[in-house]
Each structure stands twice: as structure tokens, then as C-alpha cells.
Write a protein that binds this ligand. Sequence first.
Ligand code: ATP
Length: 234
Amino acid sequence: MRFDQVAFRYRRRAPWVLHDVTLTVPRGRIIEVNGRNGAGKSTLLRLVAGVVPPVRGSVTGRPSAVGYAPERFPAGQPFTARAYLGHMAAVRGVPPAHIGDWAERLGFTDLLDTRLPDLSKGSAHKAGLIQALLAAPGLLILDEPFAGLDARTRTALPALLAELASEGSTVIVSDHQGDLREVPGVMRWQVAEGTVTDGDLTEEHAVVEVVLPRSQAEDLVTRLKADGYEARCR
Ligand SMILES: Nc1ncnc2c1ncn2[C@@H]1O[C@H](COP(=O)(O)OP(=O)(O)OP(=O)(O)O)[C@@H](O)[C@H]1O
């Protein structure tokens, strides 16, 4: 998935929240998005999810199955968690059994028959996470997923995200509190001054040479670029 020269503002003539954002979103990686309050992290995540379109530039190659949990779960809807998640599963063509599986993993089973408005803030947040996880997303976007979670779920979530990434999902997480610091191989993006930079630039890099028939070179370079590597053909 690629961002090319993406710019976004919420209204005409309002200041640009993001501009000149050119990024490759690699497959099968966890990306942590950092930046100060109001820097534009949630806006970037909305653009990645496709909830808002870019005002300028283009976003291409988004996977078809996208899971998105916004920062605030809209918990005012008059359904039980089970009814809400059942509806979301049906919309996504997912067997209802998946609800029980994810509820168990996130310690939510006892709350499935609670009405959404009666859930605590942290539990409502879990309902938002479960709906994002239901459809085995190729792209999973979680805005501040650790905020308000109980200690057990908070400890379990990084390993769960690492498992999804190892199965090929791209996982993009905004995180103020460093909950992903123990997870190996996490990429970091920094949102500042209206643009996004790869925070891993200081990490030591290796150059790997691959020798292959010329006819296959272009295809390999394209695939490596899609996975977020710098690649060129000599
Ligand atoms: N729906 C909206 N309508 C108008 N302006 C918005 C909207 N959402 C965000 N903004 C503005 O866009 C800018 C970036 O906000 P955003 O929520 O993306 O930042 P953030 O980095 O996620 O902040 P935080 O860490 O506080 O969650 C801010 O100036 C904010 O006021």
C-alpha cells in the first residue's frame, strides 16, 4: 500500500493537518505511530483506513479486508455487545463463532450480553477492538488501543498483534505509552510538522545482494518495494 504526496485538511481553507506524505506501508509488519497531541496521528490512521479520502495525492493498494478501531468507540448504540458484534460479523461475512473466540482472548466473554451504553469505558473500547479483529484483516488499524485497557489485556495485546503480523496482516497502531517497546521488529513513524517520517532511519541497515535472471528482476524489485524495502536493479 502506498501514499503518494498525500495532503489532508478537514475543511476548505482550514490549515493542512498533513501534507507531502509519501510512504510505503509494508505488508506483515507492526507500525507504531508517534507524535505529540494534535500532531495528526488519528488523521493519518483515518487516511490509512480509508475513512477519509486524501484532499490531494493518492492512497493506493489498500488490502480488501480492513479492521479499524477508532480512538473512541461510539458506545451510545442501544444494542447488547453480542448483537452489535453479531451485526458487524454479518456485514463482514464472518461466522458468529469468531465473536466468542475473540471475546475469550480479550477477557470480554462475561460482557457479551451487556448493553453497549452500560459498558465501562475500557470494556467499550474492547468491543471496538473485537469488531476490528473479527474479519482476519489484511490491514488492522488501532487508534490508541492500549488506553483504558485492564492490565491483563494490555499485557496480552502486543503478542496478539505480533501473531497477526506474522500471519501477514499489517498492523498500524498509534501509541503514546510505549506498550509495543518489547515487540521485536516494530517500525516507527513520527508525525510532526504536518508530515510523517520513518523513525527507524537511525537503525543500522544492511545491504543484501541477490543474483537472479534479468527477466525476474523487475518483479522482485516491485515485491520488495511493496514490502517496504529500498530496492533497485543494477
Ligand atoms: N473531525 C475533525 N474536524 C476538524 N478538525 C479535526 C478533526 N479531527 C481532528 N482535527 C484537527 O486535526 C488536527 C490533528 O488531530 P488528530 O486528532 O489527528 O491528532 P492526534 O495526533 O491524533 O492527537 P491526539 O494525540 O491528541 O489524539 C488537530 O488540529 C485537530 O484539531
